[in-house]
Ligand binder design. Structure first.
Ligand code: PHE
Length: 338
């Protein structure tokens, strides 16, 4: 019995088989138990020796089962570990990273270079009061200059701001006559335009405003020259052309030498060697006075640029709608993290 049992136990390859063998040999109906029942037929002299032998056999089987159980457990653990092995040298999955929108890239570049010159950055509401968008910018109700900016009105007092000059007039009011003011104001603006390759009913501007004692047009020119160098490459030249805005006097339109041909004339600058980048001027005395400044004791300059326009020039983009349709193939081109 013992020999047969040990052989069977040795042959077990799973816990289930071992359990089965245990029941078979040591169970109530097993051969060991059966031998025990034979005891009652033996003489008293024979009993101890027989009993001892059966016990030895029983213990040997029990021990074999225990040993086998340990061996099976160890190998079960080993095969589990093998199955769950992780190769930590395998390269991981690369998470899909988003990219900054080209308008954000340009906007941040401009903000950064002005912050470097000590400007604050300020934003304002896109749903704006007529007061800040027009009145305080020296564009009173019924003035024909309002027609220059086709406006989305919400009601008699509110509108979607048509220019970041609305942030400028808020900043002037907020300063309560304190100088100097040096602020850069980026944001979305809205105009009732039919969308096409160069027009969009919503676009992005960045406005700069400086107010202090003795600020002149030369300061404006120096500042814009610095900006042109940084945005379009060193060695740019800029020129002022007379223009008209209600909130600046004098007003200028600012051109920079073409960054593609360096001023010789190409298709981007339509052969002129110059590209127009923004509008600017000296803050109109009325604008200063309405915000509580004494226009005899201070002066200031302001400029406003279209971010889309600058991005289109800089990157050679020919359709403004590319900025809004969110084609990832277009957006990926401006991956700053690469
Ligand atoms: N607000 C003007 C525009 O939207 C730009 C501008 C800003 C001009 C500041 C002069 C000074 O066209």
């Amino acid at each position: 019995v013992q020999q047969e049992a040990l052989q069977k136990i040795e042959a077990c390859t799973t816990m289930d088989e071992l359990q089965q063998a245990k029941v078979t040999y040591l169970g109530k109906k097993g051969p060991v138990q059966e031998l025990m029942t034979l005891m009652k037929d033996l003489s008293p002299e024979e009993k101890p020796a027989f009993g001892q032998e059966v016990n030895v056999c029983k213990q040997a089987i029990a021990k074999a089962i225990e040993d086998k159980q340990q061996i099976l457990e160890v190998s079960a653990m080993a095969s589990k570990l093998e199955k769950e092995k992780i190769d930590i040298t395998l390269p991981g999955y690369e998470p899909v990273l988003g990219t900054l929108h080209p308008l954000s890239v340009i906007s941040q570049e401009i903000e950064d270079l002005f912050v470097g010159m000590g400007y604050d950055v300020s934003e304002g509401p896109e749903v704006e009061l007529d007061l800040y968008n027009f009145e305080r910018a020296n564009i009173p109700a019924d003035h024909p200059a309002r027609d220059m900016q086709d406006t989305f009105f919400i009601n008699a007092e509110e509108l979607l701001r048509t220019h970041t000059t609305a942030i400028q007039t808020r900043e002037l009011e907020k300063a309560q006559g304190k100088m100097p003011i040096k602020v850069i104001c980026p944001g979305k603006v809205y105009r009732r335009d039919d969308d096409d390759a160069t027009h969009s009913h919503q676009f992005t501007q960045v406005e700069g405003l400086v107010v202090g004692e003795g600020i002149t047009l030369a300061d404006l020119k120096g500042t814009l020259k610095f900006m042109a160098d940084r945005m379009f490459g060193e060695g740019r030249e800029i020129r002022f052309r007379p223009s008209y805005f209600q909130f600046t006097e004098p007003s200028v339109e600012v051109d920079v030498t073409c960054h593609i041909c360096g001023g010789k004339g190409c298709s981007v600058c339509k052969g002129t060697g110059w590209i127009e980048i923004l509008g600017a001027g000296m803050v109109h005395p009325n604008v200063l006075e309405m915000a509580g400044f004494d226009s005899k004791k201070c002066s200031g300059f302001a400029f406003g640029a279209g971010i889309e326009r600058i991005a289109m020039l800089k990157y050679g983009i020919d359709d403004i709608r590319n900025f809004y349709i969110n084609d990832v193939r277009f957006l990926k081109t401006f991956n700053r993290f690469d």
